[in-house]
Design a protein around this ligand. Structure first.
Ligand code: ASP
Length: 567
């Protein structure tokens, strides 16, 4: 016996007259003198059941699971529901069986006003709704499209360990104690970076994996502790070869979910241009409103705030601002670290006509100016650009994919004052930059590239170092002694010294990508069982303390916690 002949959303006028069995969840129940109407639901949609009054019909409550047998009938013209795909028909039920009951519900399926922690606590109910059904299925389709593309392009899916040594991707590691070796720990892979490079050295020239990665970072709209990425690596390639494959994978995913794919090739923008014009290394290019520079134009100004600042930049916004509106923006930019935000019209009296003209502000628009270090001016105006574009509704409903290229290889670590990597320490410098002085690495450019979609960084990659001397120089620049480098990365240095082909790769965050595809504001809506911002899972209650005996087996003793974080 099968539980059903057809799914709820599949009934159409062509089934009229057939006796069919359906099964699903009670979505709603309405009593109408002598008749009970039930909308029966599964992931394909809803079908109206018409039941004669009976004990079973009265017992039905929302989310009971039932099986019904009956004849499919056409609805009378005035009862047709044009909003339902099955709205022209209904089932005249002959027999009804309750397969499973439900306790009173914490919320109704499909109610979009429910607080997120409650949705996550009862995720199985939340999943029955249209939103999560659509997102999880879309995620599956996108991943299938990616896999198909990778397969067609001759990539080999290779599984790499989750439990490994720390992998430097810029986050903290999650640690795994080892009972067989108390006091020692694995780190959960922040990415399969070094394993995929070893695959290249091992002669597998096209690797990919939908890899789970773990990073101990604060959770945000686009970050969870664990996430998946399309991780790939290729040997004997240059940057354009990698970008080409990534674009094919993106297009493959778009096609698999039935959306119009972005036009290839995706445009390139350099890191310097992105920082200058948009104040961000992941600029949203769906709209203009570029940051302008008035540093030179105001060098000799009588207005000291501009003349003495290392950098003067501004945004031209198609709007005039009231005093109160301006004050509010000043507060906001101060929170972002600016000393102030000048409205050009308010300081115009201190500026010469030539200086004013250099700003070039059209009638009806305003210039909002930041006079500060270059770093602060870029960052603050970048954030303000996004803030105002959203507030003034300037972002068109289009898609902008692009590559950010030509990053510096190193950056200053604010905390330690030392030089550190921009992407990861395995990224190759450009060919011209291979012999830098480890004490002066500021001008070295890396062969690193990022993929950005509508202001979301989807992923990063690079051409890697395949020369052991260059790899050692990177470690030295980062302040590592030879012994440290050998103890942490000796296996990589050994491998690089035994015939490493030129290689490069990329990784794209699957959940970020699908969240954008689905038009969702955060990746929790794409993940079946995500964690909330405190790092807890409201469904299972994890993480939990462990009994002392269990910890002791791995050689661990927990410190008393004064204020344990709440779920
Ligand atoms: N391992 C890098 C990451 O996870 C990606 C790459 O360079 O291929 O971001």
């Amino acid at each position: 016996m099968s539980w059903r002949d057809i799914r709820c959303g599949e009934l159409r006028p062509e089934h009229v007259g057939q006796r069919l069995t359906v099964a699903g969840w009670v979505d709603t129940r309405r009593d109408h003198g002598g008749l009970v109407f039930v909308d029966l639901r599964d992931h394909t949609g809803k079908i109206q059941l018409v039941l004669k009054e009976s004990e079973a019909a009265h017992e039905l409550r929302n989310e009971f699971v039932v099986q019904a047998v009956g004849e499919v009938a056409a609805r009378s013209a005035d009862a047709v529901n044009p909003n339902l795909a099955t709205g022209e028909v209904e089932i005249q039920v002959e027999s009804l069986q309750i397969l499973s009951r439900s306790t009173p519900l914490p919320f109704q399926v499909g109610d979009d006003t429910v607080e997120e922690t409650t949705r996550l606590r009862y995720r199985w109910l939340d999943m029955r709704g249209e939103r999560m059904q659509r997102n999880l299925r879309m995620s599956h389709a996108a991943v299938s499209g990616i896999r198909r593309t990778m397969d067609e392009l001759g990539f080999v899916d290779i599984w790499t360990p989750a439990m490994t040594r720390g992998t430097p991707e810029g986050a903290r590691d999650f640690l795994v104690p080892v009972r067989l070796q108390p006091g020692k720990f694995f780190a959960l892979a922040q990415s399969p970076q070094l394993f995929k490079q070893l695959c290249m050295i091992g002669g597998l020239d096209r690797y990919y994996q939908i890899a789970t990665c773990w990073r101990d970072e604060d959770l945000r709209a686009d970050r969870q502790f664990e996430f998946r990425q399309l991780d790939l690596e290729m040997a004997f390639v240059e940057r354009e070869d990698v970008l080409d494959v990534m674009e094919a994978a993106v297009v493959g995913a778009f096609e698999a979910v039935g959306k119009t794919a972005p036009t290839r090739p995706f445009p390139h923008i350099s890191y310097d241009e992105a920082m200058l014009k948009y104040g961000s290394d992941k600029p949203d290019l769906r709209f203009g409103m570029e940051i302008q520079d008035a540093t030179e134009a105001t060098r000799g100004s009588e207005f000291g705030v501009f003349a003495n600042a290392p950098c003067v930049r501004y945004l031209v916004v198609p709007k005039t601002f009231s005093r109160a509106e301006h004050d509010r923006l000043v507060l906001l930019t101060k929170e972002w670290g600016a000393k102030g935000l000048a409205l050009l019209s308010q300081v115009a009296k201190f500026l010469s006509p030539q200086e004013l003209e250099a700003f070039g502000v059209p009638e009806g628009s305003s210039a909002l100016c930041v006079a500060d270090t270059e770093e602060t001016a870029a960052r603050v105006l970048g954030l303000l650009r996004l803030h105002l574009a959203r507030e003034l509704d300037l972002i068109p409903d289009t898609d902008a994919f692009h590559w950010v290229v030509d990053f510096p290889l190193f950056k200053h670590d604010e905390e330690t004052g030392a030089w550190t990597f921009m992407h990861h320490p395995f990224t190759a410098p450009t060919a011209s930059g291979e012999r830098w002085d480890p004490a002066e690495p500021q001008d070295v450019r890396g062969q690193h590239y990022d993929l950005v979609w509508n202001g979301w960084e989807l992923g990063s990659g690079s051409i890697r170092i395949h020369d052991v001397d260059v790899q050692e120089r990177v470690f030295t620049t980062m302040g590592m002694t030879d012994d440290e480098a050998k103890s942490k990365f000796g296996f990589l240095l050994d491998a690089l010294a035994m015939g490493a082909p030129p290689h490069g790769g990329f990784a794209m965050g699957i959940e970020r990508f699908v969240a954008q595809l689905a038009g969702e504001p955060d990746i929790r809506q794409i993940v079946a069982f995500p964690k909330v911002s405190s790092g807890s899972d409201p469904l299972t209650g994890a993480p939990t303390p462990m009994p002392d005996e269990v910890l002791a087996e791995s050689g661990i003793r927990a410190l008393p916690q004064e204020d344990p974080p709440k779920a």
